[in-house]
Ligand binder design. Structure first.
Ligand SMILES: NC(=O)c1ccc[n+]([C@@H]2O[C@H](COP(=O)([O-])OP(=O)(O)OC[C@H]3O[C@@H](n4cnc5c(N)ncnc54)[C@H](O)[C@@H]3O)[C@@H](O)[C@H]2O)c1
Length: 319
């Protein structure tokens, strides 16, 4: 019988796959302290993990561990070197969350374009008659959006933006012009040169040494005054200090962030008080439907691994 540790609770639909399965015994823990996890993980064969840190120290103490199943697709919380050195397979819930994140991007785009916070507040505070004095909102129709990172989520967002009749541009050095053209997008080769043409920019690439602080003050300065910048990928791809400065200088219309350089962000992070920043607590995938799909997929990946059926597309290639 294989021992499975579910680190951080998941949707019941996932747990149901393990309940009554004679091949597995499992435990769910919400404590993510290093010493606690080192003890819990030491005789486990497989684990599921959400966003808490899985350090080398924890991985090295898991002598039987064969598979780490990420409840999600980003894996910057996991020590990849230790995972590889210990010959552990890393799986992701590759098919579960693109729809939810793409919808969240649209939610942010519309909320910012329509100045949702301000207009909602105006009615609720009895200031309805001030409606004509409010700053104007903007339309998304016929506007240009740059999707930076064209993987599962970027592709899903493109389809939704087509429905809004937007002009879609894609920046992803690893995807060919033909592939982008086939689905109705235009490939951008030079990110810097494209910035002054975009009405919206949405980031969908991984965080790594090449993408850290990719978007900085100088780049935001090149953007249109009415540009809406969204990051629902990983905190740190946009330099937060630079973004806050740029918003204060009215360099762009607004920014939507689902992810932060430090999570949770410090209470003294100025973006928390910036009226032009629209924020959510890394919750793009928190739809009932998506959490169910992720819960099922993270457990199914563990089961499939031990049945030698885990699809290659769900396994992370660690270089
Ligand atoms: N907010 C959330 O809750 C949430 C949920 C899921 C995923 N994410 C994040 O969203 C991002 C995208 O996820 P995905 O499932 O689409 O990943 P994916 O691996 O399918 O796609 C990522 C794309 O980024 C491209 N890319 C890599 N480096 C790049 C660079 N320097 N410039 C431009 N493009 C580059 C890759 O070629 C790839 O096409 C990841 O950062 C992931 O961690 C966030």
């Amino acid at each position: 019988m294989k021992k499975i540790l579910i680190i951080e609770s998941i949707h019941n639909h996932g747990i149901d796959l393990l309940k009554g399965n004679k091949n597995f015994e499992f435990q769910v823990v919400d404590n993510t302290d290093t010493e606690f996890l080192k003890d819990k993980i030491k005789d486990c064969d497989g684990i599921s993990i959400r966003t808490s840190k899985l350090s080398k120290e924890i991985i090295d103490s898991a002598k039987n561990l064969k598979v780490i199943s990420r409840h999600g697709v980003g894996y910057d919380n996991i020590d990849l070197k230790a995972t590889k050195q210990n010959n552990i397979t890393l799986a992701i819930t590759a098919t579960a969350n693109a729809q939810a994140v793409a919808e969240h991007v649209l939610f942010m785009l519309f909320s910012i374009a329509k100045r949702n916070n301000m207009y909602n507040e105006t009615v609720k505070t009895g200031k309805f008659s001030d409606r004509t004095k409010l700053p104007k909102t903007i339309e998304l129709w016929n506007k240009s959006i740059l999707i930076a990172g064209f993987g599962r989520i970027g592709k899903c967002l493109l389809k939704k933006c087509k429905g809004l009749e937007m002009n879609i541009f894609v920046y992803d050095p690893f995807v060919s012009e033909e592939e982008i053209k086939k689905v109705g997008g235009t490939k951008i080769n030079d990110l810097n040169e494209s910035l002054n043409k975009m009405d919206a920019i949405s980031i969908h690439m991984p965080l790594n040494e090449n993408t850290k602080h990719l978007i900085n003050y100088e780049m935001i300065k090149k953007m249109k005054k009415n540009c809406i910048l969204i990051n629902a990928a990983r905190g740190g791809i946009i330099n937060e200090e630079d973004l806050n400065k740029a918003l204060n200088e009215d360099l762009i219309f607004g920014a939507g962030l689902d992810v932060f350089e430090k999570e949770p962000p410090s209470l003294d992070n100025p973006l928390l008080k910036n009226e032009k920043a629209f924020l959510s607590p890394h919750s793009a995938v928190f739809t009932e439907e998506c959490l169910s799909r992720m819960g099922i997929e993270t457990v199914q990946n563990i089961i499939d691994f031990f049945d030698n059926k885990l699809e290659k597309s769900k396994i992370v290639k660690i270089s």
